[in-house]
Design a protein around this ligand. Structure first.
Ligand SMILES: C[S@@+](CC[C@H](N)C(=O)[O-])C[C@H]1O[C@@H](n2cnc3c(N)ncnc32)[C@H](O)[C@@H]1O
Length: 268
């Protein structure tokens, strides 16, 4: 069930935050030459891979993930959407030495992936090696799940859950709230841009927004099962089950960093 919620949550994120994803992918399109090869690191269910394939119709994509189930879902969706021919999936543990045939690439796309890696500096070094000279990397990170509740009881419990999630991620050694611009520079990239997207959606909301909120709140409950009081857990379940579209807001922050491999190594 936990995996099912994660898969559904990743798919709904791209569907419900469609305009945001379109804008970020348009930005990616400005970074690449014609017929680019793009590697999606930690591709998950393919939210990024599939949107990139649809919006950049001459791109070839390599989607990499450690999770076979996610990659199977991605391939299935790619076939349904008619973009399967341009997408290769590779199962790999990106904490390990990367497969030698991933690159060369014009763009590496890493959305909500970098914070998972045990050693981000090592991952960025390998990303740089997989890129062509002049190639770009685009890192997207989020501070947490979106927030959906605006009434006093709901938003107080949601804030407590978010604080607890932050502690949970820190305890699990995840690299949240890092300065990826500094990481890029340290790995030999030219840090080219940094963008912050503040998403604030209110009624009328996109189709499926209600389901997205329910799945995110349920997933948060699953993750925090043993860290929330029984009362909070029960209230969260109740709120998720009785949400209505009129009460819903969607507030989220996404941060994007762009780094570039220098075209030529400067002479000493
Ligand atoms: C939060 S999901 C993001 C998925 C997708 N990029 C998106 O934006 O919807 C993180 C993904 O990274 C993958 N992942 C985590 N650690 C990994 C590793 N060491 N090697 C490869 N993939 C990894 C997970 O399996 C998961 O699919």
């Amino acid at each position: 069930m936990a995996h099912q919620h994660l898969t559904e949550m990743l798919d709904l994120d791209v569907e419900v935050l469609h305009d945001h994803h379109r804008e970020v992918i348009a930005l990616a399109g400005t970074l690449v030459p014609a017929e680019p090869h793009i590697i999606d690191l930690g591709a998950g269910t393919g939210a990024g891979t599939l949107a990139l394939a649809r919006q950049l119709s001459d791109a070839q994509l390599t989607a990499v993930d450690i999770d076979d189930e996610m990659l199977a879902h991605l391939r299935h969706r790619a076939t349904e959407l008619g973009v399967g021919q341009r997408i290769r999936t590779v199962r790999a543990d990106l904490d390990d030495t990367w497969p030698t045939d991933l690159g060369p690439a014009d763009l590496i796309w890493a959305s909500a992936a970098m914070h998972h890696f045990a050693d981000p500096a090592r991952a960025l070094g390998q990303a740089r090696a997989a890129l062509r000279p002049g190639g770009a990397i685009m890192i997207t990170e989020l501070d947490s799940f979106p927030k959906f509740l605006s009434d006093p009881v709901g938003s107080a419990i949601e804030d407590r859950c978010h604080d607890e999630m932050a502690r949970h991620r820190a305890a699990a050694g995840m690299h949240m709230n890092e300065d990826w611009g500094a990481h890029l520079t340290a790995a030999g990239f030219v840090a080219e841009a940094e963008r912050r997207f503040d998403i604030d959606l209110r009624a009328p909301l996109p189709q499926r927004a209600l389901r997205y909120a329910q799945v995110c709140l349920s997933r948060m409950g699953e993750r925090l099962g043993d860290r929330l009081s029984r009362v909070d857990l029960a209230t969260l379940g109740d709120i998720a089950a009785n949400l209505s579209e009129q009460d819903l807001v969607i507030r989220a922050t996404r941060l994007v960093w762009i780094g570039r491999v220098p075209r030529s190594v400067p002479s000493p």
